[in-house]
Design a protein around this ligand. Structure first.
Ligand code: HEM
Length: 146
């Protein structure tokens, strides 16, 4: 068959069950880790209006959602590497993976320091680095998925 005809007939395919489950877990955890940070930041003015101790209480409750999501990202991240047969990946793919893992670690450390910070500057700087690194990790993940 002519190459163009082969390409034209090769439409999108469904992910096999276990691959779908693995990616759903990874992406669901990413929505909590990344989306949660932006949602809470966006709600902060309203949270502040609820009382002086409201931001602290919400931050503590948010932490109980955030860190399990981070743990799921790490576990399913290594599951991804094993499932996609990374040993045979291109050096570019491996380089992006290495950068992504570094950025994920930076995000984790920054969010941790943000939570522990008591100064306004510390909260702002670590919060911004954590959110930015999380978005970069998400973008690199999309490129890794191909
Ligand atoms: C902040 C943490 C993380 C976020 C936000 C994140 C986000 C994502 C997203 C959105 C995808 C694309 C899924 C798709 O389009 O199918 C992805 C894929 C991927 N992620 Fe992550 N990820 C994180 C942590 C990790 C870690 C720690 C690892 C490795 C240890 C990892 C390894 C991978 C791999 C290998 C893929 C490609 C999976 C495939 O092709 O099936 N991720 N990630």
């Amino acid at each position: 068959m002519h190459t163009a005809a082969v390409l034209a007939s090769a439409g999108p395919t469904l992910a096999p069950g276990l691959d779908g489950f693995r990616i759903i877990l990874h992406v669901l955890a990413a929505t909590v880790w990344v989306g949660g940070q932006f949602t809470v930041a966006g709600l902060l003015p309203t949270i502040r209006s609820l009382g002086d101790d409201a931001p602290k209480k919400v931050a503590r409750a948010f932490g109980r959602l955030l860190w399990p999501a981070y743990a799921v990202l790490i576990v399913t991240g290594f599951w991804n590497i094993q499932a996609v047969d990374a040993k045979h990946a291109s050096s570019a793919w491996n380089a992006v993976l290495g950068i992504k893992i570094t950025v994920v670690l930076i995000a984790g450390v920054a969010v941790f320091l943000h939570q522990r910070s008591t100064s306004k500057v510390g909260l702002a700087v670590w919060g911004a680095i954590g959110a930015l690194a999380s978005v970069v990790a998400l973008c690199l993940g999309v490129f890794l998925a191909g």
